[in-house]
Design a protein around this ligand. Structure first.
Ligand code: ADP
Ligand code: MG
Length: 387
């Protein structure tokens, strides 16, 4: 649905409102830098050209009334006492952002009417949830004439998801959804939250980002994720033998890196992935700045191999998809993206190869696994903004 159509829905849903503001907020895919965020490391996501649109107007009271086109459901609540909703789970992302807005920005928003509709696939690991949170936060800012900056709203949206929805996500998704820029990726230092926009001139090079959802239900993901975090902590503690002040794998120096091989086998593997992945992100940034897509693709490949062999968070289906995409000799690179054990792969391919990927890769995958994969093609898009 485009902005004009959604504005029409807004007019029909709230006929007493005679003005409205429209904002859009994108989903995202992480190009490289996996399992580095909770190790104070580096990530390189890009915003995708799939987004959620919100159309809203202020009210004179403290009510919020919202209609979701995608769920064909409505909800309402009062800004003065916001509780979580059991029968409208999608509303909790909005409720959480509304509830935390005053604490995080020192500005008190008024009530509002809004409608929303999105085309970020939900639950596919492309962060439709962050798009919804950031869309809500930007709509509130624009409606009330506030001036909160992107980093503040990203922190607010992450807190809403952590505390109100109850999902322990890092800040990457919210960060890229608001700070993304067309034809750019976003290099983020997860410790300082310093960031830099990096050219991702895929379109100009007739290349595209292809995301394929394995269709694997990610049952193991929570327990394995916590186990990996724990193992990274153990590796840090073991490395303190040589560098007592070490607090995270981010700070492993070249001297200390040589010691990794002396750690117990599991600690060594986990540390090797995190340290090498951070290096790959830095090298990827340089490759993209020089327009070297081949080199960038090689780092994507190396990232996958490290996640598979050292971090051990891949699975048969992710490996199969990556191999099938790499079987096309023109593929720049292909890797799993997200926490692993299912979810999606991300690949950089020449746009003219997309028909091959769509027919050969998907059908072979389906034949070998019995699962129905979903494929999406993206370019690097702008972050959340008023449209
Ligand atoms: P992901 O972020 O990977 O897409 P999540 O489970 O974190 O998956 O978030 C998906 C949830 O976000 C949906 O179940 C829904 O509650 C909410 N959501 C996302 N997009 C929309 C939308 N367009 N309309 C209403 N709710 C949405
Ligand atoms: Mg999410």
């Amino acid at each position: 649905m485009d902005a004009a159509s959604l504005q029409k829905v807004f007019g029909e849903t709230f006929p007493e409102q005679d003005q409205c503001i429209t904002v859009s907020a994108p989903g995202r895919v992480n190009l490289i830098g996996e399992h580095t965020d909770y190790n104070d490391g580096f990530v390189l996501p890009m915003a995708i050209d799939a987004k959620i649109l919100l159309v809203g107007a202020l009210r004179r009271d403290t009510q919020v009334r919202v209609y979701s086109v995608d769920f064909d459901e409505s909800d309402s609540f009062d800004l003065q006492c916001i509780a979580s909703s059991a029968d409208r789970p999608w509303s909790n992302y909005i409720r959480g952002v509304c509830k935390l807005y005053p604490t995080e920005t020192q500005s008190i928003p008024g009530g509002m009417d809004l409608v929303m509709q999105g085309n970020v696939p939900q639950g596919a690991g492309l962060s439709s949830s962050a798009a919804l949170e950031i869309g809500t936060a930007v709509l509130i800012r624009e409606l009330n004439g506030f001036s909160a900056d992107g980093v503040t709203l990203a922190k607010l949206a992450q807190r809403a998801e952590n505390e109100f929805v109850g999902v322990q996500c890092g800040i990457m998704d919210q960060f890229i959804s608001i700070l993304g820029e067309k034809d750019h990726a976003l290099f983020v230092d997860c410790r300082s939250l310093d960031y830099e926009r990096v050219p991702a001139p895929f379109k100009a090079a007739d290349a595209s980002i292809v995301v394929i959802d394995t269709g694997v239900k990610r049952g193991l993901v929570d327990s394995k994720y916590n186990e990996r975090r724990q193992q990274c902590q153990e590796a840090v503690e073991a490395l303190r033998t040589w560098q007592p002040e070490l607090t995270s794998l981010r700070d492993v120096t070249p001297d200390l890196k040589a010691r990794i091989e002396q750690l117990p086998a599991v600690s060594a593997k986990r540390a090797r992935h995190v340290v090498s992945e951070n290096e790959r992100v830095l090298k990827s940034v340089r490759a993209l700045k020089q327009g070297e897509l081949q080199r960038f693709g090689q780092y994507m490949n190396a990232s996958h191999d490290s996640l598979r062999d050292d971090y051990e968070v891949s699975c048969r289906e992710l490996d199969l998809l990556v191999d099938l995409v790499r079987d096309n000799p023109e593929t720049y690179g292909s890797r799993m993206t997200g926490a692993g054990f299912g979810g999606c792969t991300v690949s950089l391919v020449p746009t003219k190869e997309i028909p091959d990927i769509r027919s050969r890769v998907l059908s072979q995958y389906e034949k070998e696994t019995g699962l129905a994969p979903r494929m999406f093609v993206f370019q690097a898009a702008a972050g959340a903004r008023r449209v």
